[in-house]
Design a protein around this ligand. Structure first.
Ligand SMILES: C[S@@+](CC[C@H](N)C(=O)[O-])C[C@H]1O[C@@H](n2cnc3c(N)ncnc32)[C@H](O)[C@@H]1O
Length: 293
């Protein structure tokens, strides 16, 4: 396919047929791959389909199609994925940001905006286990003057998060990146003063069934958390009260089946105002709790 007298439309027909072996929606995946290869943005795709391919664009296209046919997730193949207002760089070092997490981040954004409206000019937020930076960078991008700490135990993940940090413009000056296990990553002077903590920690129980594409391609350390999948949630719930200010908020994403146990744990660690929130599919996914006093 290196004949540059063919058009992207002709390429698209063939690519769609080839991708149907691995993709649930080959039409969409073909579009994303061609947009990436040809540099088309949004509506340019429809007009651009009748342009002749370039040698460079075709080479890039072929590499992406081969990777996708080898089973690699589309998001890693494209090297980027949208999350709320951001276009994030992603590769195998980080979990692919999920649509349900956009809603969880939205809860934190609403909380921080409410804090600003209530007179906290520069609310301090922490995103533990930031991966690509999806949640924490969204907080910084969408909440004026918020100061955001993003952390991860994986140095590899933080390389990706830092490259995404470089892409958010001026808001990046309000973000700090720290490596370490959960709260160990934070400087001691933050203790007792954090307004909001959010985390989408690993929450799959070892031994639980996970889609093959996820198990084979995404970082294991982003997925699994002990026998019941609650190891990391338990740690965060136990340690968070000493980092939050009185009335500060903790938001956790988890499996709907873990919410009841996690709510009880939260109560046992002194949290109040315990709420759960559903994702777009109507599945309860997030726990929102407040430090009492
Ligand atoms: C489910 S992924 C979430 C990534 C990202 N926040 C998102 O929502 O797309 C969990 C993240 O927690 C990190 N992690 C795992 N164990 C950790 C620990 N002990 N301390 C800090 N981060 C950890 C993983 O490296 C991974 O980036």
């Amino acid at each position: 396919m290196s004949d540059n007298t063919i058009t992207w439309r002709e390429v698209a027909a063939e690519t769609e047929a080839r991708l149907s072996v691995v993709a649930d929606s080959p039409t969409n995946e073909t579009r994303w791959i061609i947009e990436r290869a040809a540099g088309f943005d949004g509506p340019e795709y429809v007009l651009g389909l009748d342009e002749n391919v370039t040698e460079r664009g075709m080479h890039f296209h072929d590499l992406m199609v081969e990777r996708r046919l080898a089973g690699e997730p589309l998001q890693y193949v494209l090297g980027r994925w949208g999350f709320r207002t951001l276009d994030l760089y992603v590769d195998r070092r980080v979990l692919i940001p999920r649509p349900e997490t956009e809603m969880v981040a939205g809860l934190a954004i609403d909380e921080l905006k409410a804090m600003r409206a209530a007179g906290i000019d520069r609310p301090v937020a922490v995103d533990l286990g930031t991966g690509s930076g999806a949640i924490g960078l969204s907080l910084a991008a969408e909440v004026e003057r918020a100061e955001v700490w993003i952390t991860d135990a994986s140095a590899d993940a933080l390389v990706v998060a830092r490259s995404n940090l470089a892409g958010i413009g001026r808001a990046a000056t309000r973000v700090r990146v720290e490596e370490g296990s959960w709260f160990d990553a934070l400087p001691p002077e933050l203790r007792g003063s954090v307004d909001l903590i959010i985390s989408n920690p690993p929450y799959v129980a070892i031994g639980d069934e996970v889609e093959a594409i996820v198990r084979e391609w995404e970082p294991q350390s982003a997925l699994f958390a002990g026998e019941d999948g609650l190891d990391d949630i338990r740690t965060i719930l136990e340690d968070a009260p000493s980092w939050l200010r009185s009335g500060g908020v903790l938001i956790l994403e988890m499996d709907p089946l873990q919410l009841e146990t996690a709510s009880e744990l939260a109560r046992s660690f002194g949290f109040v105002g315990i709420e759960t929130h559903a994702d777009l599919a109507g599945r309860e996914r997030s726990l929102v709790v407040r430090r009492g006093d």
